[in-house]
Design a protein around this ligand. Structure first.
Ligand code: NAP
Ligand code: MG
Length: 467
């Protein structure tokens, strides 16, 4: 099936008349064709968003929230369709799409809807009125690893705060974005408030980011591309929001619950085939407990890892998202071996199926190795031993990244260690995520925050009216 762009409330063919295949990574089948848009499509999308902005921005927040509430209900009625498409084009297990991707999206939209009810968009201060309102047109450029939620995390707060958006999703997962646009269309948002176009990042993504009528660039993706966006933002002093890569640590402290530490780290490299920016890919453990840790890792692996067709309900590990990602991860496994880290478990690709890699755990690694410093974005965990807690903190912080992290240990000590880690999120023991809390990174993991009040404020201009 050939899909279209969604521009100014209409489904339109690309000006180029060119299309690209969307591939199911688990079997190589073509599952659709999407527009390979050009600069003309971007101009049209941005013009529509610019024209729609003033009225949308002036609409009362309660009215904007009604559209978003209607949209949420449509999403909730299409959960199975989203799961089918996410599994089909991205390749994560049906289990994880159902229990991970979809609830994340539904909960985060609900959280934003609750937050805007309380949020002071206008306040009377002494001698002036403080007003917070939309910036204008937001370019939302998103990656493939959570094809629905990466879009949601930008579009929900941007629209609720009065901005209008142009979305450019990742090339390998455009169908989820198209289903998202269908839900926007059904919810009846005014034309031009939401626009979606598919196409190459280095061509239309680049052009969109630098477009003179774009006011905010909101980007989630690699640190490499993110760094290049400063230049684009400089053209018209655009606001820049960046959610980039990670190499997050889990520090296990003596006396902590080892099984819970192992589960926490392993789950983040097994679920989604490890293609999660906040995955806890460095497991930092006391050197004299290394053998116990290794045994626990093996035990967990045996129970949890079922590699195969992502649609099989038993499967926990599907294929990597693309040929390119598969190659990148296989290269890193070789790099780890060459650097002298020891493979505890996994390490190979499946012979009879393309794009599948066994979850792989390296042990006896050190933090100077590339497998401990660079984001692999695949099912690879690196175990690094430490001697003292001070050293563990040093290793955890010795990273260009600072997105997420965890500490498992005696509660009080774990909180104390957590407070010393230079990272945007940090989980202590069995703590879970909260949809109203900010998500985002220190250092090269990003700029600004998504989710919660901070995520909302990244899309708000601030005005003082003196009277
Ligand atoms: P990517 O190559 O940086 O691509 C992300 C998006 O940017 C895609 O839509 C891509 O389009 C587009 N793009 C590529 N080059 C561009 C350019 N020069 N100008 C404008 N847009 C451009 O990242 P990816 O490989 O898709 O995703 C993996 C990375 O995302 C990892 O590093 C991961 O850590 C990071 N990530 C971070 C978070 C977070 O919240 N911090 C969440 C998820 C992922 P094409 O698809 O057409 O190339
Ligand atoms: Mg890329």
């Amino acid at each position: 099936m050939k899909y279209k762009n969604y521009l100014n409330g209409q489904w339109l063919e690309p000006k180029s008349q060119e299309y690209r295949d969307v591939i199911n990574p688990s079997n190589g089948q073509v599952i659709g064709q999407v527009p390979y848009s050009n600069q003309g499509d971007v101009d049209k999308a941005v013009a529509a968003a610019k024209e729609a902005f003033p009225a949308w921005n002036q609409l009362a927040v309660e009215e904007r929230a009604k559209y978003m509430q209607a949209f949420l209900e449509i999403i909730e009625s299409k959960l199975d369709e989203f799961v089918d498409i996410i599994v089909g084009e991205f390749g994560c297990s049906r289990q994880f799409a159902t229990q991970g991707h979809l609830p994340l999206t539904v909960n985060e939209i609900k959280a934003f809807l609750e937050i805007v009810k309380e949020y002071p968009f206008q306040e009377e201060k002494e001698g002036y009125r403080l007003v917070k309102e939309g910036y204008g047109v937001v370019a939302c450029i998103t990656p493939w690893n959570y094809p629905l939620n990466q879009i949601q995390r930008k579009v929900t707060p941007a629209l609720l705060t009065g901005n209008t958006v142009v979305v450019k999703p990742a090339t390998i997962t455009p169908l989820t974005a198209i289903l998202y646009a269908q839900a926007i269309d059904e919810a009846g948002f005014p034309p031009g408030v939401f626009n979606l176009l598919t196409g190459s990042g280095s061509e239309v993504g680049d052009y969109l980011a630098g477009h003179p009528d774009v006011d905010v660039i909101s980007f989630t993706g690699s640190t490499e591309v993110g760094k290049g966006l400063y230049e684009k933002a400089a053209t018209t002093v655009k606001k820049l929001v960046l959610e980039l890569g990670g190499k997050s640590p889990l520090v296990y402290l003596k006396g902590g619950d080892l099984n819970s530490a192992v589960k926490r780290a392993m789950d983040t490299v097994i679920n989604n085939q490890g293609q999660t920016c906040s995955a806890l890919t460095r497991l930092i453990v006391p050197a004299d407990e290394l053998t116990n840790v290794e045994e626990a890792v093996k035990g967990y692996y045996e129970n949890k890892v079922v590699i195969g067709d992502p649609n099989d309900p038993e499967t926990t590990v599907g294929p990597l998202s693309s040929e390119q990602q598969f190659k990148t991860v296989m290269d890193y496994i070789q790099i780890g071996v060459d650097e002298g880290a020891e493979i505890l478990i996994g390490g190979s690709a499946l012979e009879d199926r393309k794009h599948y890699i066994e979850p792989t755990v390296f042990t006896k690694a050190n933090n100077q190795m590339r497998i401990a410093r660079e984001e692999i974005f695949g099912p690879v965990l690196t175990i690094i031993p430490y001697d003292t807690v001070e050293e563990a903190i040093e290793i955890a912080n010795d990273s260009d990244y600072g997105l997420s992290g965890a500490v498992v240990g005696p509660e009080e000590q774990a909180i104390e260690v957590a407070s010393q880690l230079r990272t945007g999120n940090i989980f202590v023991n069995n703590a879970g995520r909260n949809a109203k809390a900010p998500f985002g990174g220190y250092k090269e993991s990003g700029l600004g925050r998504e989710n919660g009040t901070y995520g909302l404020e990244d899309y708000l201009e601030v005005k003082a009216i003196f009277k």
